[in-house]
Design a protein around this ligand. Sequence first.
Ligand SMILES: Nc1nc2c(c(=O)[nH]1)N[C@H]1C(S)=C(S)[C@@H](COP(=O)(O)O)O[C@H]1N2
Ligand SMILES: [Mo]
Length: 323
Amino acid sequence: MLIKRSANGTEPFPSEITPREVFESRRLFIKQMALGSIGSAAFLEMASREAFAQGGQKLAARPNPSFVVMDKHTDYKDATTYNNFYEFGTDKEDPAKTAASMSTRPWTVSIEGEVAKPITLDIDSLVKLAPLEERVYRLRCVEGWSMVIPWVGYSFSALMKKVQPNSNAKFVEFTTLADSKQMPGLNSRVLKWPYVEGLRIDEAAHPLTLLTLGMYGEVLPNQNGAPVRLVLPWKYGFKSAKSIVKIRFVREQPATAWNRAAPREYGFYSNVNPEVAHPRWSQASERRIGDDGLFAKKRKTLMFNGYDEVAPLYAGMDLRKFF
Ligand SMILES: Nc1nc2c(c(=O)[nH]1)N[C@H]1C(S)=C(S)[C@@H](COP(=O)(O)O)O[C@H]1N2
Ligand SMILES: [Mo]
């Protein structure tokens, strides 16, 4: 159970809690404001958030209380303007500026390889494949910052049920869009494009593994990986591939973009682990985006980012070796 657990493993500070009622009523305010029935300076912050979400299509989802952390949600503005999406540039502000023009419709995802029923699904079929849930996950970037985001999606296992991986399927490879006409970052050689990520099959099947179609009650903004991405809250953020076009069930461990670029720095597993430092910096603590100011204390990073339920996946493995 993830409920009632704060980033440092103790009870959350009361000020950090955003109860669902508050969150919901905030949404109601925003809605009413948009309709013109409320309009006061006090709600300017919410107004700007609504302006940012402009054109953001609603995506209804039922909150799943089994997958909710009580930490304060990252502001929508921070979550959508401080991004890593190297296909759109390497500065944090780049994706918000340059990803808007990416065309996410029509969009298809082909699911192939070691499966009984390979299929190509368009985005509407993917949305309808399983009931949409809202899940509040922490996301920890390998660079040392973290966010808390209400995502919309369903367990990747629902898709596995549909295509039926066979007994040869030991890993899953995720390939994301690489279109130089739409993605200015492809001119850079920081990574070999397309961006590829991978999981072991049991990691992919874990209920926490979220096939993600939205956030904050809306379809994903382009800079956050529209129209479909993964979110793996116990792994460093780069494992959560954005704008997926192909999913392959395979026999061998896939070659992943970051592991190819810097194998000593980015392992295949990349589970959040405060005890295993990156070769160039410690991973023991993190800065929560939004915790600004001179006196903002860094938070202790937790093993598996606090998602202890994944520990059995790695029983008997040396997590220093398989970092
Ligand atoms: N295709 C693609 N997916 C990607 C990346 C990327 O550069 N390209 N960056 C990763 C990294 S490093 C992080 S921390 C997360 C950030 O997700 P967010 O911007 O939604 O917070 O996306 C990941 N997914
Ligand atoms: Mo990251």
